[in-house]
Design a protein around this ligand. Structure first.
Ligand SMILES: NCc1[nH]cc(CCC(=O)O)c1CC(=O)O
Ligand SMILES: [Zn+2]
Ligand SMILES: [Zn+2]
Length: 370
């Protein structure tokens, strides 16, 4: 066994420091008796282990360490006030009515929860129509939840997801033409009205996830016109890819399209250039934060977003399918849940995100306090 491999086999836990010292001195004396075969006069840059031998030194290797303030927790708000329903495909996540929100949020806020993103889930029969009228119903779940959370948890930063798919009878993210294709202009008008309604209800941030062209500019202009542009963050789901990772979310939100799919407005998985163009476009249209979604399968896009939008925060959405996969694999014994949750999320930070939307948020609030 060589000197370097002996030393590298040592783990630097404080508890075994004494034992380690004696092992170290044994290793040294071994090295000196074996002197002729050991040269330390050569390439000193080959020695890396020392730099991350201590747990704190390991943490320092990350450009950004995960902190509680980076996390945004998704909440599914039902329009039936007393509902508290476990979502089968989204482990430990519930759809909640207004009456269940405060009791649920209070302990999380105490543990350091800083931000939530709200998704409305209309459950009442016949509430969905072709225009998604329920999206900005003043009595609807998002507007009511926004008012309630602002009142009860004034420190909590509220993001309102802006889309129509939860509210349209056809389940698409905009208004359709007779042939079933998206009418971009009508959709942008409607989406920007909904965003305004959420901002006026008190959302700190509006986040359009619909992918209609030109919606960032339309929302920014309406915010300016209403005189509230200075107090509302506009977060754009700029690089939102189509695929199969949103399945559990669509179960939770009841937003599965009744025909067709979202491939004409969400980006194709191979479309790195398209994502870069969308990011450039949304920055030019006035986005304050750029989002990439899903996260772990699109780390190159996160890194592009950080490079293109170097003056903006970059958010990544670790979506329902990513979360469900990690849970399923952990349950099957593939790996430890907590270790994988950290590894996946730290990968997202390493790629360049400074904000992570994650269903693991309540877990991280516990884990980051340990
Ligand atoms: N437009 C709505 C929306 N906003 C966020 C998600 C996905 C979030 C998740 O999967 O966790 C979706 C679903 C979709 O586009 O189909
Ligand atoms: Zn949508
Ligand atoms: Zn089409």
């Amino acid at each position: 066994m060589s000197f370097s491999s002996l030393v590298s086999d040592l783990t630097y836990r404080d508890s075994d420091r004494d034992e380690k010292r004696s092992t170290l001195s044994r290793a040294k004396s071994y090295a000196s008796t074996a002197a002729t075969s050991v040269s330390i006069s050569g390439d000193i840059s080959s020695q890396l282990h020392g730099g991350y031998s201590h747990p704190l030194a390991r943490a320092w290797q990350a450009e950004r360490q995960l902190t509680k303030s980076m996390l945004i927790y998704p909440l599914f708000i039902s329009d039936s006030p007393d509902e508290e329903m476990l979502i089968p495909s989204l482990p430990n996540q519930h759809r909640r009515g207004l009456n269940k929100l405060v009791a649920f949020l209070a302990p999380l806020v105490r543990k350091g929860l800083r931000s939530v993103i709200l998704f409305g889930v209309p459950m009442a029969p016949n509430v969905k129509d072709a225009l998604g009228t329920a999206a900005d119903d003043p009595k609807g779940p998002v507007i009511q939840a926004t008012r309630l959370i602002r009142r009860r948890f004034p420190e909590l930063f509220i993001v309102a997801d802006v889309c129509l798919c939860e509210y349209t009878s056809h389940g698409h993210c905009g208004i359709l033409r007779d042939d079933g294709s998206l009418n971009n202009q009508l959709s942008v008008d409607r989406i920007s009205d909904v965003a305004m309604a959420y901002a006026e209800a008190g959302a700190h941030c509006v986040a359009p996830s619909d992918m209609n062209d030109g919606r960032i500019r339309a929302i920014k202009l309406k915010l300016i016109e209403a005189g509230i542009a200075h107090q509302v963050v506009l977060m754009s789901y700029s690089a939102k890819f189509s695929g199969c990772l949103y399945g559990p979310f669509r179960d939770a939100a009841g937003s599965c399209p009744s025909f067709g799919d979202r491939r004409c407005y969400q980006l194709p998985p191979g479309g790195r250039g398209l994502a870069r163009r969308a990011i450039h476009r949304d920055i030019n249209e006035g986005a304050d934060i750029i989002m990439v979604k899903p996260a772990s399968q699109y780390l190159d896009i996160i890194s592009d977003a950080k490079e293109i939008g170097k003056d903006l925060p970059v958010a990544a959405y670790q979506v329902s399918g990513e979360f469900a996969m990690i849970h399923a694999a952990a349950k099957a014994g593939v790996f430890d849940l907590k270790t994988m949750a950290f590894e996946a999320t730290e990968g997202i930070l390493r790629a360049g995100a400074t904000i992570v939307v994650s269903y693991f948020t309540p877990d991280f609030l516990d884990w980051l306090s340990d």
